[in-house]
Design a protein around this ligand. Sequence first.
Ligand code: 13P
Ligand code: SF4
Length: 370
Amino acid sequence: MLKIAASMPSEYRDASAQELASRIAAAKADLGDRLLILGHHYQMDEVMAFADARGDSFGLSRIAADQHDAELVVFCGVHFMAESADILTGPDQQVILPDLSAGCSMADMADIDQVEHAWAQLAEVVDIDQVVPITYMNSTAAIKAFVGRHGGAVCTSSNARAVLAWALGDDAMPARGKQVFFLPDQHLGRNTALAMGYPSDGLVLWDPALPLGGQHGAALEQASVLLWKGHCSVHGRFTLDQIERFRSEHPDGKVIVHPECTQDVVDASDAWGSTDFLIRWVEAAPPGTTVTIGTEVHLVYRLANEFPDLTITCLDDEVCPCATMARIDAPHLAWVLEEAVAGRVRNQITVDGETSRWALVALERMLEIT
Ligand code: 13P
Ligand code: SF4
């Protein structure tokens, strides 16, 4: 197939929702088994309606690793997820991200040069052979490769606890090192480590904008987990005030949130966990339950539609979409599929060989751990 970089023609933007839906369905039927469409839970319904499989970032990476038949994998999610899919799929499979501008502001908060520099600074004050780097899936392939090269692993919000236990040891497992360098989401790292019983004074924030991460050597030496100063701007919108307001209006209501929320929000919730955990919580809730959810709003709306016997709201009533996830829309999906039918691969995501090799090491460690 020809690979051509081009932008989407305006006819797709101008087409009606109905026309786009029938063009997507026709292109999908035409491509048949050659095509697999993966949809992250935060995608809009107009896209999710065509997903062959839905999942959180862990579930979708497993599907990408396990399926070898489809020659085209259209990834409806964000850039770091499509990169991971490219790394986990075979050399004859091509991964397409319908809009290349669908990035992730959190992944952008850890740049590989900053991370290399931080590692070199850390090596001057701690025993670097005892530091295990762990990166959240929400990071570039270059960061995953860094982690793979230095003996660490990837984690997602559904397995962060297991991956931290793998690194620092627990009753069942020996430790791989004495400290973890956790990238790039401070909140997932902090919330998970606290839930595992690590004391808060051993969780030290590394600010990449400051020399030595803004810390003193002694604090770094004593830390069990060094937390990169990154966050999600969507989950960062949820606040304790919102929870208190909800509880005063719905004394019997429940609050469930994603671990990318800040510690005070997680601590004040009734339950917290990965996207998949939140969905399972809702599925298991008795009819009549009132629940407010602190996560991306397209998922919350979908759950509210799918479970009419529950009262489901978004914790932030101003609404909090992930703007980059929403860049994958019906026009872009229709365009890349029709181009594929015509033999042209648009918006392919390719990770170079060396980066891919080491990022795969870190991803496979995660898949082995969980
Ligand atoms: P999950 O790991 O729950 O899929 O979350 C990915 C993400 O980007 C959350 O903001
Ligand atoms: Fe990134 Fe946050 Fe969007 Fe998830 S919700 S893709 S972490 S910006």
